[in-house]
Structure formats: C-alpha cells, structure tokens
Design a protein around this ligand. Sequence first.
Ligand SMILES: Cc1cc2nc3c(=O)[nH]c(=O)nc-3n(C[C@H](O)[C@H](O)[C@H](O)COP(=O)(O)OP(=O)(O)OC[C@H]3O[C@@H](n4cnc5c(N)ncnc54)[C@H](O)[C@@H]3O)c2cc1C
Length: 381
Amino acid sequence: MNFDCIVVGLGSMGSAACYYLAKRGFRVLGLEQFEVSHTEGSHSGQSRIIRKAYYEHPDYVPLLERAYENWSEIEKEADAKIYHRTGLLYLGQAGSDVMSGVRRSAQEHKVTVEEWSKADLKKRYPAFAPAADFQILFEPDAGFVTPERAILSYVQAAMNHGASVHTNERVLSWEQGGQDIRVVTSRSQYTSKRLIFTSGAWTSKLIQLPVNLKVTRQTVAWMNPLNQSDFTLGNFPCWFTELPGQGSFYGFPILPVGRFGGPVGLKLAHHKAQLEVDADKVDRSLDQNHVDELRTFLRNYIPGGDGDPLAVRTCLYTYSPDEHFIVDHLPGTSGQVTMACGFSGHGFKFASVIGELLADLAMEGRTKLPYHFLKLDRFKP
Ligand SMILES: Cc1cc2nc3c(=O)[nH]c(=O)nc-3n(C[C@H](O)[C@H](O)[C@H](O)COP(=O)(O)OP(=O)(O)OC[C@H]3O[C@@H](n4cnc5c(N)ncnc54)[C@H](O)[C@@H]3O)c2cc1C
C-alpha cells in the first residue's frame, strides 16, 4: 500500500512510465480505470503514424530520435513488433504549414525526406491523384506503431520488473501531506512519495492546471475499397495530406488481420478538432457527416480507396491551448507530482520517450532529454 510512485492511467504514456520506473527498481503502482488496453480513451484503433520530420516544430525531432530507440528497446524486451516502416507520403500545397514544416525539421535535423515529382508518385503509388498544385515529399523511415500492442507490452514488461498493476480501479481523489501523497480510488487507498498523472482525456477531472484542456471526439473509419490489393501493407504507404482551410487527412495501408487483428479495411481520419465532449459522457454513435467527409476526400485524392465503411470508431483528442504537449511538474507540489497531458492528437509516437522522461522527472526531478519547450511556463498567466 506504500509506493515510491503511483501512475494514474495506464494508457499510452502511463504504461511506458510504469515500465521505466519498474525497470529502475522503484516500487510502482499503475492504476487504470478500465482494462489495459481499451477503447474509451485516445489509444485505440490498431495504428498510429510515426514520423521524424516533424512539421509541428523542429524541437520535437531530438525526442523522436530517442522515441525510435526506445520503441526498439521494448520490441526486444517484449518480443513484439511495434514499429512498422512503410514510409510516409506528404501531399500539400507549397508553403502550407505541413509542407514547409516538414522541410524545416528535415533540414535542421538532417532527417531523410525525398522530393518526388508527380511521375515518381504515379510509378510508386498510382492510387494517389494529387491536385495540380500539390508538392510531394516522402519520408522513408516513417511508418506506424501499434498502440494496443505497445501498451500491453509495456504493462507486461513493467509487471515482469515488479510493478503492481490494478485495472478497473478509478482514482477518485488525492492529497499531499508531508512527505507522502494519499491516493483514494474506487476500491482502496494508497500512499506514495511521487505521483504521475497520465490520465489523457480525464486529466482536468484530477488536477488543476493553469490552462484549459479541450477534449474532442474524433471519427476514424475503415473503408472497403474496390481493389483491395492496391492498398495492402507492402504495396501502399502511410500518407498525410493538408487541404487549404480544411485541416489534414491521413491514413494507413490495409493491415492483415492475422498479424494486426481488426478492424478490417483501409483506415483514414481527419486531423481537425471535432465535437467538444466530456470524457465520461461521449456519444459514440456514428457521425454520418464525418464519414461523408472522409469519402469525399477519398473520391478526390485516392479515388480507388473509396468504398462503404466497414467500421467507424470514436477516439478522443485532448487539446492543449497551443496544440503542443504539456510535460512538467504540477505547480505547487514541490516536484512530487508530475504530469503529461494535452497530446493534441499527435502524441502516441512519443509514448516510448515520454515514459522515460516521466520516470526521470518524477524520481530525479530532472532529465537529460530536451523537453523544456513542453513545460507549462510557456503559457503566460
Ligand atoms: C483518432 C486518433 C488518431 C490518432 N492518430 C495518431 C497518430 O497517427 N500518431 C500519433 O502519434 N498520435 C495519434 N493520436 C494521438 C495519440 O493516440 C494520443 O496523443 C495518445 O494516445 C494520448 O495518450 P494518453 O496517455 O494521454 O491517453 P490514453 O492513452 O487515453 O491514456 C489515458 C489513460 O488514463 C486512464 N485514466 C484516466 N482517468 C483515470 C482515473 N481517474 N483513474 C484511473 N485511470 C484513469 C484512462 O482510462 C486511459 O487509459 C491519435 C489519436 C486519436 C484519437
């Protein structure tokens, strides 16, 4: 009942944090309100894009270098394949946020990104029908990681290193008193020297931040294209397209169910804030408007990919005000409480490095990892 560190939320970031803490020999308790893993939060749905030429900001690239190394570490330890190198196609107008951001990060950090002509694209991936004014970039080392397998692998490895893991147990409240923190759950109470919040879309219900987090429900669909073989893993890359004034669309190859499980079909989604929700009261019924939006995109830019949806799922984004992550000690807790939140729909690829970073910050109070641009003090009061 007495721990060195308690981790609240064993999803993307918390499962990795538990692993790094347990591996270092700390007595760690991981608390998850559902099962490991589940479909209520931000990590479900088979695949997440991983890329290094980070258009959002070049400061993320050194963290991504470490994330790739750490994915490889857990793959070896858990004997699980998590990262799949498919390459990533970026399509968009010259000077758009995505295209100029990719070029900038690639240049500053020497990430390999190839410039393709329309003829190159037609030869390699004829399924794409780019607009006349689109430029085409290709990042060969990008691809996807498998979130459910990654989280399960981290939790199992953490348990192998001695972590205690409790599922279907919700943290209700916590309080600091002297050296210890008391955590009250739906089943029991515990004390710990340190506390980490990796609670995703529920974070604002547990800690008071000086900024607002906005939770939105996002639609993801798996389509049934006419010619399946054009889109299978090995024949088709991950892709990311920015449309002026509409945000970005992105997608994956069709993954063989024997290796990846379901859903079956060609997965794509729209990377743009949708309906704001409360994480405990999400209406997960099918949103036809969003499905239509995805089909219109396919008809225009990947025409052979259009088809009836085979599966449509809801997943949650948690936006910080500037859409960059928040990783820091919680103000007023003398470094005893650490949090990672506000991943704004682009965090999963970093889970492997955020886990290490959280273990450093919680137990040592500092880290060598270059994360300072993610601290809370960037928001002016
Ligand atoms: C549709 C969609 C597509 C995405 N695509 C990509 C992509 O291609 N690439 C990419 O890098 N990222 C992508 N993301 C973003 C990425 O998945 C998220 O940034 C990441 O999963 C957030 O991780 P998290 O640990 O904050 O949240 P989660 O993984 O949801 O984990 C939070 C956990 O905390 C638990 N919890 C909360 N409150 C409590 C409590 N009181 N007690 C106990 N447990 C609690 C929750 O049950 C949950 O398991 C996508 C997200 C969505 C929704």
